[in-house]
Design a protein around this ligand. Structure first.
Ligand SMILES: [Zn+2]
Length: 239
């Protein structure tokens, strides 16, 4: 038997009563069959739930099959808050979508655990989830250049551009994106944030919105993705 620790990103019904769960681990995505999960013992019933951090034993070669295990953390304060939960599932969708790309899964996995712990306790959760989205851009190699011109490296009079992939000097800017200076400063703070030593500053509602729109546009343009959860969030957040 093999031990797997990971976060449930997705769960689908399989045949009459089984489920396949997609678990994100430090080695990337792993899919696992849970036989007759509608009938099995009560203590296993909640294992397939999204966002669970689980510690399980599996067996099998081609298709791994669940044998035994526990939920290490269910993040109750995320799951019981519809807005927070939907925002978190938006992140899970992104991770799932890019889980087959070669990138540093261990780094992202450890980062996810830290962020989910924080937002389980903290009601000011949105900036922390934005940090995951920005970190993922970096891991996928499409991160925006934030401190110097994408083309020439100059650091003066820069403007942001989605299509150019970050800041551009007056000579190289072609398609400027409208964002306030304060929102841009906050975006940089989130991008370079060090969880082990930095303290998050206050981000006002309008900057938070601007950052949300910029990340949406950036993902749409460079990675062609808009998640289902993001669409639901519009109804919950109002933007
Ligand atoms: Zn330039």
């Amino acid at each position: 038997m093999e031990n797997i620790k990971g976060i449930v990103l997705k769960s689908i019904n399989y045949k009459e009563s089984s489920k396949i769960i997609y678990v994100y681990t430090k080695n990337g995505l792993i899919s696992i069959l849970i036989h007759g999960s509608n009938k099995i013992k009560n203590r296993y019933l909640n294992i397939p739930r999204l966002l669970n951090y689980i510690d399980i034993y599996v067996s099998g070669k081609n298709l791994l099959t669940f044998r035994d295990g526990d939920i290490l953390e269910g993040y109750p304060n995320i799951v019981n808050d519809l807005e927070k939960y939907t925002y978190a599932t938006h992140i899970l969708e992104l991770i799932y979508y890019f889980s087959s790309h070669e990138h540093d899964h261990e780094k992202l996995f450890n980062f996810l655990l830290k962020i989910f712990d924080i937002i389980n306790k903290d009601n000011n959760y949105i900036p922390y989830l934005n940090m995951i989205e920005l970190k993922l851009l970096y891991l996928l190699g499409v991160n925006p250049s934030l401190n110097k011109c994408v083309v020439c490296g100059k650091t003066n009079s820069l403007q942001f551009s989605i299509t150019e992939g970050g800041m551009c000097c007056p000579e190289h800017i072609q398609n400027p994106y409208k964002i306030s200076n304060i929102a841009l400063e906050k975006l940089k703070e989130l991008y370079f944030f060090d969880l082990s030593k930095d303290k998050l500053s206050h981000i006002d509602q309008s900057s938070q919105k601007e950052i949300r729109f910029l990340i949406d546009k950036y993902y749409e343009y460079h990675l062609s993705i808009k998640t289902e959860s993001r669409k639901l969030l519009i109804g919950l957040l109002g933007y």
